[in-house]
Write a protein that binds this ligand. Structure first.
Ligand code: SAM
Length: 283
């Protein structure tokens, strides 16, 4: 630890053993630790025999706390930044302080480790090649539904964080917005005593959660299958283009261009083109 730096340190999301050797080493060596809730962090530090002065850094004082961090760095001291659980700045405070420190020209050093979204993804068994980390949906039902409507066509696996008292309403809204057939993985209390990972269709998820009061206790990550390829593309645009192009071009060429314009599977557009041709002949 030669240059004064800000270390962004991931802490466990439940199981206290989920902390890296490097994280412990850094926490032991820094001059101060900026923590989202100092009472939560004290428990972790006590467990590992770490004692360093703590600075409160939460969503309501992040700019002021960033100033304090900058003062310490200016004095040649190093600081660690932690949140209550997992990786700071991921649906947690920290990004403002990190930006300030980087702007001021000090090194910001990530010390990676636990993260609830990654833990859920690792254990869900989804073969989706891409995912979109959304984090928390809006709390108000109307805003949440608007947001879900905007996400409907996303082809990527969607990763949400959700609070226990909203999880049933959220999966019900997801079923309404995305359709009942999509798969959802409900990852609860990861790394903790009552860890559970359940996969079902969105259409049955709310009832499954409601069937046992224990199923809505704790912390949740929801992984929702992305839109099927055809729905994710602008099918309307592809179909419209196909209709026009078929009037002027050979079928194969029309299909190729329509797929380029609107997206979608070529073999599906090909079938559609054949039907359109037949319909024209019949007319
Ligand atoms: N920074 C954290 C991270 O790296 O994952 C996330 C903090 S965010 C304020 C807290 C949310 O993360 C919870 O409401 C829940 O959605 C999710 N979460 C955190 N720990 C979890 C766990 N052990 N099991 C399932 N979800 C968890």
């Amino acid at each position: 630890m030669e240059r004064p730096s800000l270390y962004v340190v991931a802490t466990p999301i439940g199981n206290l053993a989920d902390i890296t050797l490097r994280a412990l080493e850094v926490l032991k060596r820094v001059d101060a630790i900026a923590a989202e809730d100092t009472r939560v962090t004290v428990r972790l530090l006590r467990h590992y025999g770490v004692s360093a002065p703590l600075i409160a850094l939460h969503e309501h004082n992040e700019r002021r706390a960033a100033q304090k961090i900058l003062q310490l760095l200016a004095q040649g001291k190093s600081v660690a930044l932690v949140s209550d659980a997992g990786t700071p700045a991921i649906s947690d405070p920290g990004a403002v302080a990190v930006a300030r420190v980087r702007e001021a020209g000090y090194p910001v050093v990530p010390v990676p480790g636990a993260n609830a979204a990654m833990a859920a993804l690792a254990a869900a068994g989804s073969t989706a090649p891409h995912f979109l980390f959304y984090g928390f949906l809006p709390q108000a039902a109307a805003a949440r539904r608007r947001e879900l409507a905007a996400l409907k066509a996303s082809p990527y696996l969607l990763v949400f964080y959700e609070a226990p008292h909203r999880v049933i309403a959220s999966v019900a809204d997801m079923a309404a917005a995305f359709g009942a057939g999509r798969t959802v993985t409900i990852a609860r209390e990861l790394t903790k005593l009552f860890e559970s990972i359940h996969t079902c269709n969105l259409g049955t998820a709310a009832a499954w959660l409601a069937a046992d009061a224990n199923r809505t206790k704790g912390e949740f990550v929801l992984l929702v299958e992305g839109a099927p390829e055809a729905a994710a593309t602008d099918a309307g645009a592809a179909h419209g283009a196909l209709e026009i192009l078929l009037r002027e071009l050979p079928l194969k060429q029309a299909v190729k261009l329509a797929a380029q314009i609107g997206g979608g599977r070529r073999n599906e557009l090909y079938q559609l083109a054949l039907e359109m041709k037949k319909a024209v002949i019949r007319d």
